[in-house]
Design a protein around this ligand. Structure first.
Ligand code: AMP
Length: 397
């Protein structure tokens, strides 16, 4: 069975076609600069090489039409008939409190996505446009939504509520939702296979460290807490996002620096984090290079980044009442031995001990034989998780 995974973002549409029998990727690519000048389309097929074309004024519909055209191409395509695609899995960012599992996209679920426009103004509208384009171009093919927020709907109320007037939760839906759910779910399932404890007792902390960073505490496969909140701004230090701050800073800075709400929002989302502290870059590799050269602000950015992460790991250790596995994933988590060593070497107090050679080589298991906690490096694969979830919904129908 073949499943097409679509991730339609604010200016791009990424796609992957999977053969689910052996979970292989048959083709993938993306349309870039959608709705802008200079848009382009990239397509890579297994055994068919890579192709790039410049197309003016791509929109979601014309982008998806290109995906299908290239998938069907007699020379380098990977299918002969559109009917070979059994279902389309869409990445959707926000489902609010309405969605706790992958779900068929019908008029009811599409109105849920619309209801959540306010909560995810940059993501949900293009997500919906991708669905409409797919329904139009592939009528009759089941469309399934896999929501970033769904995995975290099992978080208990005492962890998802903020200590602000309760009416604001009821009236304005202000609560912790969590993001990167598909990634946390994928790596926690994979980590589960490395543990001897029965699944229902397994205690896992997953660290998704990329441009955006989040951490989750997962017990028996269900999250108990996660660091991102109402929006992806809360929690860990990120490339350009501040993560946790005293909320009074917002009002204080608006007054002191005469900032509008848009300006302060922009500063906290786009000019803070590694970029804000270092004054140089949001890119972790560049921060490491600058720190190596002795740049003090880059060193400070690294220290703050890993201190915040350690603080969260410690607090989630207590949330879980112990720990069986600590997982690192995404760009920084998968590739930075420096960061993993810096964090783990200070966590001996909770039974963590890593093998420096295994860590340097980014092996899958980097804890040593005396570590009480398995420390794992697991490459995330959100597309495959969406394809698996899509398959499960289709097969259950
Ligand atoms: P992602 O959002 O998952 O693509 O991750 C992007 C982040 O991963 C950027 O900050 C990159 O600098 C960082 N990254 C990628 N490769 C490496 C590497 N080899 N060492 C350190 N950081 C890396």
């Amino acid at each position: 069975m073949k499943i097409l995974v679509i991730n339609s973002g604010s200016s791009s549409l990424k796609f992957t076609l999977f053969e689910m029998e052996n979970e292989t990727r048959l083709a993938h690519g993306m349309a870039e600069r959608i709705g802008q000048s200079g848009s382009s389309f990239h397509f890579t097929a297994n055994g068919g090489g890579s192709h790039t074309i410049e197309v003016e004024n791509l929109n979601y519909r014309t982008s998806l039409a290109l995906v299908i055209k290239y998938l069907l191409d007699p020379k380098f395509g990977v299918i002969k008939d559109i009917a070979e695609i059994s279902a389309v899995g869409h990445r959707i960012v926000h489902g609010g409190e309405h969605v706790s599992a992958p779900i068929v996209l019908d008029s009811k679920t599409k109105s849920i996505i619309k209801e959540c426009f306010e909560l995810a103004p940059l993501h949900n509208p293009p997500n919906l446009q991708g669905i409409v384009a797919a329904e139009d171009i592939m009528p009759g093919v089941p469309q399934i939504g896999v929501f970033d927020t769904a995995f975290f709907q099992s978080i208990p109320q005492h962890a998802f509520l903020y200590a602000i007037p309760y009416e604001m939760y009821k009236r304005d839906a202000v609560r912790r939702y969590g993001f990167h759910g598909t990634s946390h779910k994928y790596v926690s399932i994979k980590a589960s296979g490395f543990l001897d404890e029965p699944k229902e007792f397994q205690k896992i902390i997953t660290c998704h460290l990329g441009n955006g960073c989040s951490i989750s505490a997962i017990k028996g496969g269900k999250p108990l807490d996660t660091s991102m909140g109402l929006t992806p701004l809360e929690g860990l230090v990120m490339g350009t996002r501040c993560g946790d701050i005293d909320p009074a800073i917002v009002v204080y800075l608006m007054n002191e620096e005469h900032l509008s709400s848009e300006e302060i929002y922009e500063i906290l989302n786009k000019k803070s984090g590694l970029l804000g502290i270092s004054g140089l870059t949001s890119d972790f590799r560049d921060i490491l290079n600058e720190a190596d050269k002795g740049n003090k602000r880059a060193l400070l950015a690294l220290r703050i980044f890993s201190y915040r992460l350690k603080k969260y790991i410690g607090s989630y250790y207590t949330v879980l009442g112990g720990l069986d596995a600590l997982v690192f994933t995404a760009g920084i988590g998968e590739h930075s031995a420096h960061l993993r060593a810096d964090v783990c070497n200070k966590l001996e107090c909770i039974g963590i001990s890593i093998d420096s050679e295994a860590n340097r080589n980014s092996e899958c298991v980097i804890s040593d034989s005396k570590s009480k906690v398995k420390v794992l490096v697991i490459p995330t694969n959100e597309e495959l998780m969406i394809a698996r979830d899509t398959l499960a919904v289709v097969q259950a129908q």
